[in-house]
Structures are given as C-alpha cells and as structure tokens.
Design a protein. Structure first.
Length: 247
C-alpha cells in the first residue's frame, strides 16, 4: 500500500531541541511540517537553516492546541493519507513513526482512525519516572474519560499520534492551549472514531517544563482541566440528567 504520510511538530521556544529532534525525524519521515507557534527564542533562525521541511509560523504564541489545529489543516489541505504528530522536546522516539503509521492499517477488517501513543500501556527498561503531579493528573483524567466516554485509554495526554487525515475533519479545535486533548477525546467519541493505543517509552528530559502562568500549580491545572472537560461534554450532550454527571 502506497501511503502518503507527513509528520507534524508543534514548536514553541525549542531552539535547544529542534535540530537534533529534526535530524532523527528526517530518518523516518520524508515529509515534515513544523508549526512554529510564535517562538520568542531563536527557534525561527534554527528552522531557517533546516533543509527538507515546511515551516508554518504563527505571528504570536497561540497555544499547543492552536499549533495542532494548524497541522491538521495542513494535512487536510495537502491531501495526505496519514498525519503523525510528535512533540519536539525529545520525549518521543522518531524511530517509532513508521510503526505508528503501519498501525493505522494493521486491521484489515476494521478501520482505525487514530493510533494514540501511550507511555503507560507497557513498561520499557529505560523508562523515566514521571513527575508525580503530571502522572496523577493524567491518570485521574484518563479514568474520567474512560468512565464517561466508554473509552479504554491508559494515557490521555500523549502527543505522539497517527491519524487518518480524512478523520481529522471530525475535529473542531477551539481549546487552543494544553487542555486541547480533553476536547479532542470528546470530539473523537462524538464522531465515532476508532481509536487504538500504541506503547511508547516513557521519557522525561525536562521535568520542570512550564505550562505557563497559573497552570504550573497542579491543583489549579486540574481544576481548569475539569472545567474544560465538563463544558465540552455538555456541549456535545454527553452529560447525564444533571451537569454533575459530566465528572
């Protein structure tokens, strides 16, 4: 099967990571698009020296969700078959890109729309120990999503994914920041997309990476995520008879 695929990297102030990460991605992906989300460091200068990539730049920082929205729009506009998303902070292994793409077509009987990386589906020998608050928030929200949306996820916040590009039309990304994955799962379920998880190693290189502003406080971050999830579930009529049934 001849599959046209592209790998998309959302980037914000990643001048220290972008060159080695792209060097690895180029080994496993012929087509690459980088979304420079208003970086204020010298990310733009580093990208300008890279050959064989497409760069789309936001004039100001709009957020992680906004960068992914631009990547989705590009994949659709350019008529790719599969779009892979991978973070640029070095925590994902580009060598797995071909395997994620292959997993999209692994089941000849059932269409797979999304292959979602999971850092908790399988243990690897060199796994990192995740920051406690990030692991806890991920697990709590994953449990809520599984219960309310009838999913069976083990990692709801992994950015390493492969999508059938025609399935990307099911998403309407309006959560432009780090809460985007919560909206993403609700919309995927609303569109009846078939989702499978794919085990990837657990790697943390910068445990103190900032979420920005008040979201660096884990309690405030969790409260904000719950607020977003509750609102989106209500919007898609996924609550019970009372709004409290959302969470």
């Amino acid at each position: 099967m001849n599959v046209r695929s592209i790998t998309a990297l959302p980037v914000f102030n990643e001048a220290g990571h972008i060159k080695p990460v792209l060097a690895e991605v180029k080994k496993y992906s012929q087509d690459i698009v980088v979304i420079n989300d208003g970086s204020s460091d010298n990310t733009a200068e580093v990208l300008a020296k890279q050959d064989g990539i497409t760069v789309i730049s936001h004039p100001e920082n709009r957020g992680y969700g906004a960068a992914l929205r631009t990547a989705f729009e590009y994949g659709i506009a350019e008529n790719y078959d599969v779009l892979v998303t991978i973070d640029c902070d070095g925590q994902h292994e580009p060598r797995l890109i071909p395997e994620l793409i292959q997993a999209v077509y692994a089941d000849e009987q059932t269409r797979i729309d999304m292959v979602s990386g999971s850092r908790y589906l399988q243990k690897f020998d060199k796994d990192s120990i995740p920051p406690e608050d990030r692991r806890r928030i991920n697990m709590e929200l994953t449990e809520i999503l599984n219960e309310r949306l009838n999913l069976s996820l083990t990692d709801s916040f992994c950015g390493f994914k492969a999508y059938r590009v025609d399935a990307l039309k099911s998403f309407d990304i309006r959560e432009l920041g780090y809460s985007m994955p919560l909206e993403h799962w609700v919309q995927a379920v609303a569109a009846n997309l078939n989702i499978v998880e794919f085990p990837i190693p657990l790697v943390y290189l910068e445990e103190e990476r900032s979420f920005g502003g008040s979201l660096d406080d884990s309690k405030k971050r969790m409260a904000y995520y719950q607020q977003v999830l509750k609102r989106v579930m209500k919007e898609y009529s996924m609550c019970g008879s009372t709004s409290e049934d959302c969470l």
